[in-house]
Ligand binder design. Structure first.
Ligand SMILES: Nc1nc2c(c(=O)[nH]1)N[C@H]1C(S)=C(S)[C@@H](COP(=O)(O)OP(=O)(O)OC[C@H]3O[C@@H](n4cnc5c(N)ncnc54)[C@H](O)[C@@H]3O)O[C@H]1N2
Ligand code: MOO
Length: 391
């Protein structure tokens, strides 16, 4: 059995590193830009109005007499006239400012009688309510730096500059194999000896949280031939995740089946709780995690180990730990690192009550994993501990 830190070191050594490629803008959500982007055009592309109101030339405005309204410009249209002295144009938010105008007054600050306009606010300033061409980004400016995380706002920003694709570090492809004769789908009637399969959807949800769609999920019986066939079908994924069948019983066939398929074991078993029998291996096209079947072990292994690997593909640090004081004292067995589900509070972190690896009732309401170091047994109230907040 190896330590948690050695397991992380080995995953970092063997996980296949980032691969970049162009993707449609929406698919870049949650990815990191693999190129810097220079603005192709000025944004905004033309001087336009920030308000619904009237455009006029402040410079030539005679405040003692009304302005004459000579036209109207809607957003999406353009004006074909140049305003002369003491002329104004009705204008709407986003519409191009007509030639000859340098200021827009919002309609609430005017009094209009037919086509005559009086500006009622004496404090109007020149250039008010005009959004100048290129005031956000000028053609050729650095619009986005390489290595920037793409958020919904980044996507909107880039689309606003006319981009529909971007080069990013690609998300890994992920396949899942669920093993166990006892598994039936939620929604079916439960027979004695069977349980509802829940790891598959849990892993899919955890992946979707990182904007990764699982390409394929297979459920197989604990039969070597079935398992080998399923593994062979799924070996083209960057990351293959199996659940169940990694312990020591006669029906724990995953490590042997992986070996038959040419997967090279990197480690099997970590000094930790839950998820002690976790398996990690490599083959020419990808990496393989064999997670124990217990649902809490699946979840904590995902957050800690699989997110580390996914982060390497995507050039993102997905396992960010913070230090928080324990709200209450805690005693554990020495010799194993504990990953406990917890809840962050105003003052620190609370370790939730039910922590056995077959139970998810407290994990279901947790917002973090608390990592308690291998060698220590007693943690007094206020001890600073590593906390991995869920994304
Ligand atoms: N003699 C020993 N027995 C066990 C040891 C050990 O060291 N010596 N380790 C225990 C620990 S710790 C764990 S964790 C489990 C891991 O067992 P497996 O990886 O072989 O997993 P299974 O036996 O197939 O399943 C464990 C548990 O999880 C349930 N399960 C499986 N798949 C699903 C699923 N998709 N959805 C929901 N629940 C699932 C399964 O029914 C079992 O109850 O081994 C201990 N034993
Ligand atoms: O490692 Mo197991 O997941 O404790 O039951």
């Amino acid at each position: 059995m190896i330590s948690v830190s050695e397991a992380i070191r080995l995953i970092k050594k063997h996980a296949i590193h980032s691969n970049s490629g162009e993707v449609p803008l929406l698919d870049a959500l949650g990815c990191v830009a693999a190129e810097s982007i220079l603005a192709l055009t000025d944004t905004p592309p033309f001087d336009n109005s920030a308000m619904d109101g009237y455009a006029f030339s402040y410079e030539h405005w005679d405040k003692t007499s009304p302005l004459k309204i000579v036209g109207e410009i809607q957003a999406g249209t353009k004006s074909d006239y140049t305003l002369k002295t003491q002329e104004a144009s009705r204008i709407f938010t986003g519409a191009p400012v007509p030639e000859g105008a340098d200021t827009v007054v919002m309609q609430e600050k005017t009094d209009r009688k037919e086509n005559l306009l009086i500006i009622t606010d004496p404090n109007i300033q020149a250039n008010l309510n005009i959004r100048p061409q290129g005031s956000q980004t000028k053609q050729g400016d650095l619009a986005l730096s390489k290595d920037q995380l793409i958020t919904p706002a980044t996507i909107s920003y880039l689309a606003g500059m006319g981009l529909d694709k971007i080069k990013v570090y690609k998300k890994p492809t992920v396949g899942i194999i669920l093993t166990g004769k006892e598994l039936i789908k939620p929604g079916q009637t439960l027979e004695k000896g069977k349980i509802y399969e829940s790891n598959g959807i849990g892993l899919q949800a955890a992946l979707r949280n990182l904007h990764i769609e699982t390409a394929s999920i297979l459920t197989v019986d604990d039969k070597e031939e079935e398992l080998v066939n399923a593994i062979k079908k799924m070996m083209y994924f960057d990351i293959l995740i199996l659940t169940g069948g990694v312990s020591v019983g006669e029906y724990d066939l995953v490590p042997a089946a992986l070996e038959q398929c040419g997967v090279k074991k990197v480690f099997h078993k970590i000094k930790q709780k839950p998820g002690k029998p976790i398996y990690f291996g490599v083959h020419s096209k990808g990496i393989v995690f064999g997670l124990p079947g217990n649902p809490a072990a699946v979840m904590s292994s995902f957050y800690y180990y699989i997110q580390t690997a996914i982060g390497l593909f995507m050039k993102r640090d997905l396992v960010k730990k913070i230090e928080l004081p324990l709200d209450k004292e805690y005693t554990k067995r020495p010799g194993l690192t504990y990953f406990l589900n917890g809840k962050t509070t105003q003052t620190g972190v609370e370790i939730l009550s039910s922590q056995l690896s077959y139970m998810l009732n407290s994990f279901a309401v947790a917002d973090c994993l608390v990592e308690l170091e291998e060698d220590k047994e007693f943690f007094e109230k206020g001890t600073l501990v590593d906390v991995l907040k869920f994304i």
